[in-house]
Design a protein around this ligand. Sequence first.
Ligand SMILES: [Zn+2]
Length: 274
Amino acid sequence: MSLKLKKLKVFAFLGIFIISAILVSGCTDETNSQDVENTHLGEVSDEDEHTENVTEHHWGYEGEAGPEHWAELGYPDCSGNEQSPIDIPVGTSLHSDDISFNYNLTALNIVNNGHSIKVEYDEGSSIEVENNTYQLLQLHFHYLSENTIMGEHSDMEMHLVHQSDDGEYAVVGVMMEPGSENSAYAPIWEHMPAEVGDVETISGVNVSAVELLPENRTYYRFDGSFTTPPCTEGVKWFLMGTPVELSTEQIDAFKVIYSNNYRPVQPLNDREFY
Ligand SMILES: [Zn+2]
């Protein structure tokens, strides 16, 4: 082999090595930011969250890391039959407002985890529904809404993520639309981190999740999944039929940080509404 060819091979090898290193570190940066997958939607239980050697893969909302590639990126559940979000079809009935919201104040534990703005809720708040109790773990936001109602997106959607003692997940979804300024959201909005980082507890600031809900709490009830990898199924969804209002300024303030963190609607397949 000529010296020239040898050099060329060495350079090619180095080049591939450097590019791989950059790709890997890029993903690591993202996933290191607060156990991204685990904490975004509370997809994984607290026990799992601290399991070592869990392989996390880079995912996002655009291009090669976008939703249509999540399954092949290492999250096979994302191609399951009961995925979220969904479109609520015309004619779907609302369920009566039978959820008991036993929410307390929480300190504002807030983070930009690379996929959304998330508030980690202090322990001790829960909902009671369908003869089960689900503890509130965290809440976070999507722009646009993920679920759609009769084909229409809302500007934003809030997800309140709960888990029962036996490990079942329940998500309460709240559509957010432009209207009056909403002072209940102000404590969160005033402290939304523009940059990805660690959870920060803002001293002296509290949030009341019950005030973030619409007054009318009738809901669409269906089964689905987490809307972010690993897209785990078996999640009970309670999507409020009535939106809350935020001012255009409030919605724009979120949009400055996340202007596209929604997964497109998934096939309904054989699912029914309760
Ligand atoms: Zn969500």
